[in-house]
Design a protein around this ligand. Structure first.
Ligand SMILES: Cc1cc2nc3c(=O)[nH]c(=O)nc-3n(C[C@H](O)[C@H](O)[C@H](O)COP(=O)(O)OP(=O)(O)OC[C@H]3O[C@@H](n4cnc5c(N)ncnc54)[C@H](O)[C@@H]3O)c2cc1C
Length: 380
C-alpha cells in the first residue's frame, strides 16, 4: 500500500497544521474554560471549506478524500481536539450520510447550508439503554396519517447546542433489533423536540454535548433518510467512516503530547543537565513516537481503503482501537515527563491527558472495536 501523499494532500496537511497552531492552540485553554467554541472560529472553519469536506462542489463542498480528511483531523486535534470533533461530526456523521443516502430534495435542502456553516449538524443514536447495544434504540417514530410521531430521548449528542439539524435513529417497527430502526433528518425547531441538559465532561469541555427529548414530535415522511428499516445500517456505515476521524484525532492528541514533552525535556534541567539527556526520558519519547507512527499508518491504511471503495470497517476499527490507546499512552507519558508541572493546568499536557480518554469510548468503545475486528478475523 502506497502511503506517499500527493501534492494536494501535503498542501492540505500543511494548511491544517498552520490553522491548528495559529488559531486553535492559542485559544484552546480559553475555550476549555469558557466551555464553548467561539462563533467566529466556527465561521472561519466554514469559510475555509471544513464543514463540507466530503461534499461535491455543487453544494459548496471541497470533496476531499478520506486520507486528506484524516490528515486534517489529526492536525486540527493537535491544536484543539474539541474543534476537531465538531468538524468530524459535521462531515462524517451528517454531511456524508446525507450525501450517500439522501434524496435529491434532501441534498438540495441541507448540503449547501451545511457546507456554508449555516447548519451545524449532530448525530443522535445513543440512549440510556442503547449505548454499545445500538440496535436496542427505544425512541419510537410511529406512523400516523402518513407522518412520523417521535417519542423518546437521546443521550450524549455532540454539537447539540449548536446544531440546526439532527440525524436521529428511531424505531419505526416493533420488530426487535436493528431491522426495526430508521434514520431521520430532524430540524431543531420541530414542535415536540427539545434540546435538553448539557453534560459536563472530563475533557474536551468546549464541546456542547446534550440530551434530546421527543414528545409527540411530528415530522413529515420526507424527513426519512434512506428506506425504513435501514437506520442501523446507515448509522453503522457512517460510524465506520467517522472512526477514521477519531483515530486521526487520537494520533493528533498523542502527537502534540509528544511535541510538548520533547520540548520540555530539552529545557528542564535536573542534576545539572537537561532531563532529555537521561536515557529513561529518551526511551519514553521513543516509545511514544513508535506507537504514534504505527497508529498513523493504521489510520492511513483505513483511509486509503475507504478511498479505494474497498470494505474498511475492520481496518477503521483497528485504527481507532490502536490509536486511542496510543493517545492515552502518550498523554500519560507526556504528563510523566513534565513531572509535577504536568499535573497542573498551566501545561497543555494536562488537557491532552483528559482529552485522550474519551477516544477509547465514543463512536464505539475499545471493546466494541474488538467485536467488529473479531467479526472479520474470525468469520467462517
Ligand atoms: C463526549 C461524548 C460524546 C458523545 N457523542 C455522541 C454523539 O454525538 N452521538 C451519539 O449517538 N452518541 C455519542 N456518545 C455516546 C457514545 O458513543 C457511547 O457512550 C458509547 O458508544 C458507549 O455507550 P455507553 O456509554 O452506553 O456504554 P455501555 O454500552 O454501557 O458500555 C459500558 C462498558 O461495557 C462494555 N461493553 C458493552 N457491551 C459489551 C460487549 N458486548 N462486550 C464487551 N464489552 C461490552 C463497554 O465497552 C464499556 O466498557 C458520546 C459519548 C461521549 C462520552
Amino acid at each position: 500500500m502506497d502511503f506517499n501523499l500527493n501534492d494536494e494532500q501535503k498542501m492540505m496537511r500543511r494548511v491544517a497544521a498552520e490553522i491548528a497552531d495559529e488559531r486553535f492552540a492559542p485559544k484552546a485553554e480559553e475555550m476549555e474554560e469558557r466551555r464553548e467554541i467561539p462563533a467566529d472560529l466556527l465561521r472561519f472553519l466554514a469559510e475555509q471549506g471544513y464543514f463540507g469536506m466530503f461534499l461535491p462542489e455543487q453544494y459548496g463542498g471541497a470533496e476531499v478524500d478520506f486520507v486528506t480528511y484524516a490528515l486534517t483531523i489529526e492536525e486540527f486535534s493537535r491544536g484543539s481536539a474539541a474543534v476537531a470533533l465538531v468538524v468530524s461530526v459535521q462531515n462524517a456523521l451528517v454531511g456524508k450520510p446525507i450525501l450517500m443516502y439522501g434524496t435529491d430534495e434532501q441534498k438540495e435542502k441541507y448540503l449547501a447550508r451545511a457546507a456554508s456553516g449555516e447548519l451545524i449538524g449532530a448525530f443522535a443514536l445513543t440512549e440510556e439503554d442503547a449505548g454499545s447495544d445500538a440496535a436496542n434504540v427505544q425512541t419510537t417514530a410511529a406512523k400516523k396519517d402518513g407522518r412520523y410521531v417521535f417519542n423518546g430521548h437521546k443521550l450524549y449528542v455532540t454539537n447539540a447546542g449548536l446544531a440546526g439539524l439532527f440525524l436521529v435513529v428511531a424505531r419505526t417497527s416493533p420488530e426487535a433489533g436493528g431491522k426495526g430502526l430508521s434514520c431521520f433528518l430532524m430540524e431543531r425547531d420541530t414542535p415536540g423536540f427539545t434540546v435538553g441538559e448539557r453534560f459536563d465532561g472530563m475533557g474536551m469541555c468546549a464541546l456542547d454535548v446534550r440530551r434530546l427529548e421527543f414528545e409527540n414530535c411530528e415530522v413529515p415522511p420526507d424527513a426519512l433518510l434512506g428506506a425504513e428499516g435501514e437506520g442501523l445500517k446507515i448509522a453503522l456505515a457512517s460510524l465506520d467512516g467517522s472512526r477514521i476521524g477519531v483515530a486521526a484525532q487520537a494520533v493528533g492528541i498523542g502527537q502534540q503530547a509528544f511535541n510538548e514533552a520533547r520540548r520540555y525535556a530539552g529545557e528542564r534541567e535536573q542534576f545539572g543537565r537537561p532531563i532529555l539527556s537521561f536515557q529513561a526520558i529518551q526511551f519514553y519519547l521513543v516509545e511514544m513516537a513508535t506507537r504514534l507512527d504505527a497508529a498513523r499508518l493504521l489510520t492511513l491504511r483505513a483511509a486509503t481503503k475507504a478511498d479505494a471503495g474497498e470494505p474498511f470497517s475492520a481496518e477503521a476499527a483497528m485504527a481507532k482501537l490502536y490509536a486511542s490507546e496510543a493517545a492515552n499512552f502518550c498523554a500519560n507519558l507526556g504528563v510523566q515527563i513534565h513531572g509535577g508541572y504536568g499535573y497542573m493546568k498551566d501545561y497543555a499536557v494536562e488537557r491532552f491527558f483528559r482529552d485522550a480518554r474519551v477516544t477509547e469510548i465514543y463512536e464505539g468503545t475499545s471493546e466494541i472495536q474488538k467485536l467488529v475486528i473479531a467479526g472479520k478475523l474470525l468469520r467462517g
